[in-house]
Ligand binder design. Sequence first.
Ligand code: SF4
Length: 201
Amino acid sequence: MDRLTTALLRIGQATRAISLEEARESGLTPVQAQTLLFVRRTKSFATTVGNLARALGSTHASAVGVVDVLVGRGLLAREQSAEDRRRTLLRLTPEGEKVCRRLVRWGHLLEESLSGLSEEERAALERGLGAVVWSLRAAGHLEVAEPCRGCVYFEEDAAPGSAEPHHCRLIERFISEEEALRDCPEHTPADLRPEPSPERG
Ligand code: SF4
């Protein structure tokens, strides 16, 4: 194994240890903290248990187990989707919001460890790690949810002046600016679009 791969594995190990410590400070396990942050950051129409399982990289049954515990603790609630009554969406309770506000600094120890890098070193690291992340995502090993901007389905300001000015061509619905800023599990950057098939002569 080369030195770069070893360094990446060590960062992964340290990240897990830091996550455990920070979640513990809030009386949660890392997966419970991740679940609350998923609900807070994800578009309100996409907070399904299925999407949570994808974000956690777990089975559906495990995600249901995490949700059950958080519902039991009064931090999460289940709500029927107004648009599709077969869909159940996860919502933070007021107590869950309060806990989430304490988790906003989740990852701050990791940020501090980067503070000694110069601007150039940070930019090079960001480019290199970005390429690794996209390669893992393209190979199906990593789920990356992102806001609307940069997604091939996003039509910015499709209905200027309205409360929901943006449009998504994937789900065919209009979106408010607040929703556009939240993460979406279906976000598709242009460079992940399937290659067009070569034209036959
Ligand atoms: S698919 Fe793209 S445009 Fe549609 S909601 Fe998700 S991120 Fe936004």
